[in-house]
Design a protein around this ligand. Structure first.
Ligand code: FE2
Length: 285
């Protein structure tokens, strides 16, 4: 049972047991295989939300409709060589797993996730972005306070984040922090294309208000849903346990998607909703 009233009131909702053990094992195995197969050549792409250095890299800027790995900055030594195994070095894989990888595509479009999105008020959702986040033991980086609409802006703002814990997530391995009621504040920034790179545009000078933030400690398989402008963050993982998670972001099909959003899709890779390939084959026949 999805408590939509609570979601709209608190600005987040915790739903245990959304993925089963087999689905989670599949996602984990696929993600680790992608990480192991990843050969970055000479230029090791790092994703570091704290410094945002990645934001000017083509590897990042052209990842909106690709499956690409990004390393933790602490996974590399001073010469830029990996100092941990490949499947621990990756910060995340993004941003179109849900379209380009069969296993991710199927599980991202499971009826349960579609039903949750609908219960939380999405009318005609499109799956915009997917990220497999490793948050590896000891080196998993911090994600500072932010609002997802900063990165996935539409007019009106419609983004819904579905974050699923693939390990138990607690204060020691970098679980989420959320702010009850924090989703009612204005959008502070937009992250947009600028020339060959990106920049942040300030929409509201008042800083993001994270007073009253709470730790969201959850068991493996739990989904945390949060809307639009809900502030959230996570600590670095200094524990000896991984904190894998899968995050999916949806927008409404009829909302305006600005051309200067950082995330771009080629016309031949249009956004799709929750209907599976099997559904669309049925509709066509
Ligand atoms: Fe986020």
């Amino acid at each position: 049972m999805i408590n939509a009233a609570r979601f709209h009131n608190d600005g987040f909702l915790v739903v245990p047991g959304v993925l089963d053990a087999a689905q989670m094992a599949t996602l984990r195995a696929r993600a680790e295989a992608i990480a192991r197969d990843f050969d970055p050549g000479d230029d090791q792409p790092v994703f570091d939300p704290a410094s945002a250095k990645h934001a000017q890299d083509r590897w990042f800027l052209e990842s909106g409709d690709e499956i690409r790995c990004f390393y933790e900055s602490e996974a590399l030594d001073e010469q830029g060589r990996r100092r941990v195994p490949a499947e621990q070095a990756v910060n995340k894989i993004g941003h179109a797993l849900h379209d380009l990888d069969q296993d991710f595509a199927r599980i991202s479009r499971s009826p349960k996730l579609a039903a949750i999105a609908q219960a939380l008020g999405m009318r005609d959702p499109r799956l915009l972005q997917s990220m497999y986040i490793f948050k590896s033991p000891g080196i998993g980086g911090e994600v500072p306070w932010h609002q997802d609409a900063t990165f996935l802006y539409t007019d009106p703002i419609t983004v819904l984040g579905l974050w699923i814990a693939l390990d138990d997530a607690d204060r020691h391995n970098g679980c989420l922090w959320m702010v009850p009621g924090g989703h009612r504040q204005s959008l502070k920034q937009r992250f947009v294309r600028h020339g060959e790179g990106t920049r942040f545009i300030t929409l509201d000078d008042a800083p993001l208000d994270a007073r009253g933030a709470v730790l969201i400690e959850v068991e493996v398989g739990t989904l945390v849903a949060f809307p639009r402008k809900a502030p959230h963050r996570s600590d670095p993982n200094r524990s000896d346990r991984a904190r894998h998670a899968y995050a999916l972001h949806l927008i409404e099909a009829d909302a305006f998607y600005p051309e200067d959003n950082w995330l771009r899709r080629r016309p031949e890779r249009p956004l799709r909703g929750f209907a599976t390939e099997a559904d669309s084959e049925e509709t066509q026949s």
